[in-house]
Design a protein around this ligand. Structure first.
Ligand SMILES: [Zn+2]
Length: 184
């Protein structure tokens, strides 16, 4: 068989047949998507994150830099702070997984390494500034003393659609505001 076809098939199979992800993985990512939707209601770019250890949520959050007046308040950071505060520990327990609806940025992957997250599952890729495969892969660099196992693509369509709708609506309302201001 053509090698290219075989490789493509291999790469495609896990997500297409949904056998790669466990029922738990799907459940937690759906919860992260629900958090992302909460962000939309607050006018924030919809990204949600959940930290899971031993099948329990130990931290969660959604992107809210506007509401918190904090440029660092990305969903991953909010979830990390939530977990570390609850656990009273700056490092997370071994075998903690982060589920996030968008590929992490430079700041967030750095924080996840510092907190010792073991596994990262993200939904949609972020082609412009994603640092876990899109622009660079900071999750597995030899100069760090910790690396993170990464899987991508779980519920990616759902997350991408939510982001696209959010930006489309935001552009529309900005245009309406501009038009009504210029007609006064
Ligand atoms: Zn980030």
């Amino acid at each position: 068989m053509n090698k290219q076809l075989t490789d493509d098939k291999f790469n495609f199979l896990p997500i297409a047949t949904n056998t790669f992800w466990s029922t738990q993985d799907v459940k937690w990512m759906q919860k992260a998507l629900t958090l992302a939707r909460q962000g939309v209601e607050c006018g924030e770019v919809p990204v949600g994150a959940i930290l899971v250890h031993d099948n329990q949520i130990i931290g969660q959050g959604f992107n809210e830099p506007i509401g918190r007046h904090d440029a660092t308040a990305h969903a991953e950071i909010v979830a990390l702070r939530d977990a570390c505060t609850r656990l009273k520990n700056y490092r997370l327990p071994v075998k903690t997984t982060l589920y996030v609806t968008l590929e992490p940025c430079t700041m967030c992957i750095g924080a996840l390494i510092h907190a010792r997250v073991d596994r990262l599952i993200y939904a949609a890729s972020e082609p412009r500034a994603g640092m876990v495969g899109s622009q660079m892969d900071l999750a597995v660099q030899p100069f760090y003393n910790h690396s993170i196992q990464v899987h991508k693509g779980l519920c990616s369509e759902h997350s991408s659609q939510m982001l696209k709708t959010f930006f489309r609506e935001r552009r529309k309302s900005m245009k309406q505001r501009k038009d009504s201001a210029s007609s006064k």
